[in-house]
Design a protein around this ligand. Structure first.
Ligand code: S3P
Length: 428
């Protein structure tokens, strides 16, 4: 723990970064590999704490997972090969692990208990426990299944037609994973389109999924087959360098191997709209997940309004976009982003509080925030509040601060980007 002194007043950032593996895709590669038949080899797997929580949960469910060089090798035994865990499954800080795992366990005829850290204990779970219970899984948890610890006894489930109240890939994926094991057809209809990595994974592992606008359907009783997965770099990790390159003077950064799935590229659209000097070189238009290199140079920025269907396409990037907006001329409004309140922290509160400490002009609204730029950022003692994306956003903010900045709870960053500080220093 303790305080970590951040580098401030940086003159320029220059160079290339090979962006670490996508967190959403890394989780899914292990989960699908575990329930598929035969071996799955994953390259580019993100060795962050969250994805390692997924690996340890599946090991407890009897799946052999090896770590060889830069590969994860998963010895899948099919849905029926999963075993009742002898002990509690601990998901750590990972919302994706617990919500998707609940979907898998909903179809398994055994009992499991799930817990996580203190942040997980505050995050809403009825968004998955209710629809999974309506499919026939027996689930309980604190406050009628809203909070961990959760217990589940799955098996004998039937398909549902579910209209999700929020655009959430975790909710959609959880129900689809249950649906693959259920009797009949399962359909999820979302209010806006969320990331589609699960749909792509189902196809990659030989399964079938139908998409029609905002509706996604799977038939039950599908057997999946092990495959090789190449995980692209995480655009949500690249985002910290996209913003750093835009706001630090005299900068030019190329981010290599970034996943460019259109359900994730909202940050690029917003940065371009704000006037950022970005160029994209698509290197792989692969049908699984598109990939490319992105170059960002120091940019003159103007404020914008961000809301509606754009929100799910950049939900995890809103903390770093808030920082970007402090360096844009005029007002930036972020709206329709209530979901920020139920992330690893309440990200409306943590972003507004921490950026205000650094003298930004930012205020919270009920569904987002309003930022006035351009501000000179000063310095002070800030905290990640145990939230990896808040910690990295603050480290990027410090680069343009003209006084000292120290960061509390820096270690949270290893959830999604263990080598973040080493990569940042390479550019200085
Ligand atoms: C994720 C979906 C998003 C995102 C999270 C990862 C996923 O959450 O914020 O970091 O891998 O499905 P929601 O689905 O709850 O919006």
């Amino acid at each position: 723990m303790g305080r970590h002194t951040l580098k401030t007043n940086i003159a320029s950032l220059k160079g290339d970064i090979l962006v670490p593996g996508d967190k959403s895709i890394s989780h899914r590669s292990v989960m699908f590999g575990a329930v598929a038949e035969g071996v799955t080899t994953v390259t580019g797997f993100l060795m962050g704490d969250d994805c390692l929580s997924t690996v340890s949960c599946f090991r407890q469910l009897g799946v052999e997972i090896e770590h060889k060089d830069d590969q994860m090798v998963i010895h899948g035994k099919g849905w029926d090969g999963l075993k009742e865990p002898k002990d509690v499954l601990n998901v750590g800080n990972s919302g994706t692990t617990i919500r998707l795992l609940m979907g898998i366990l909903a179809g398994r005829p055994f009992h499991a208990n799930l817990i996580g850290d203190e942040s997980i204990g505050r995050r809403p779970m009825t968004r998955v426990t209710k629809p999974l219970a309506s499919m026939g899984a027996k689930i309980d948890g604190r406050q009628q299944g809203e909070y961990t610890p959760l217990s589940i006894r799955g098996g004998g489930i039937s398909g549902i037609n579910y209209h999700a109240p929020v655009a959430s890939a975790q909710v959609k994926s959880s129900i689809l994973l249950a649906g693959l094991q259920a009797d009949g057809l399962t359909t999820v209809v979302e209010p806006e389109k969320s990331r589609d990595h699960t749909e792509r994974m189902i196809r990659k592992f030989g399964g079938t999924v139908e998409e029609d606008g905002l509706s996604v359907s799977v038939r039950g009783g599908q057997t999946l087959k092990g495959t090789n997965v190449k995980v692209p770099g995480d655009i949500s990790s690249a985002a910290f360098f996209l913003v750093a390159g835009a706001i630090v003077p005299n900068s030019c950064i190329t981010l290599k191997n970034v996943g460019l799935n259109p359900t994730r590229t909202g940050i690029i659209d917003v940065m371009m709209e704000m006037g950022a000097d970005i160029t994209i070189d698509v290197t792989d238009e692969d049908h699984f997940e598109p990939v490319g290199d992105i170059t960002i140079k120091t940019s003159q920025l103007k404020g914008t309004t961000i809301g509606g269907e754009l929100i799910p396409r950049l939900i995890d990037e809103l903390p770093i976009i808030a920082l970007l907006a402090t360096q844009a001329e005029g007002e930036t409004i972020i709206r329709d982003a209530h979901e920020l309140k139920v992330k690893e922290t309440n990200r409306i509160d943590t972003v507004v509080h921490e950026l205000s400490t650094l003298s930004a002009e930012i205020k919270a609204t009920d569904d987002g925030m309003i930022i006035h730029g351009k501000s000179k950022l000063t310095g002070g003692v800030v905290s990640s509040h145990g939230d990896h994306r808040i910690g990295m956003m603050l480290a990027v903010a410090a680069l343009i601060c003209n006084e000292g900045v120290s960061l509390e709870q820096k270690e949270a960053i290893s959830v999604s980007y263990p080598q973040f500080f080493a990569d940042l220093e390479k550019l200085m």
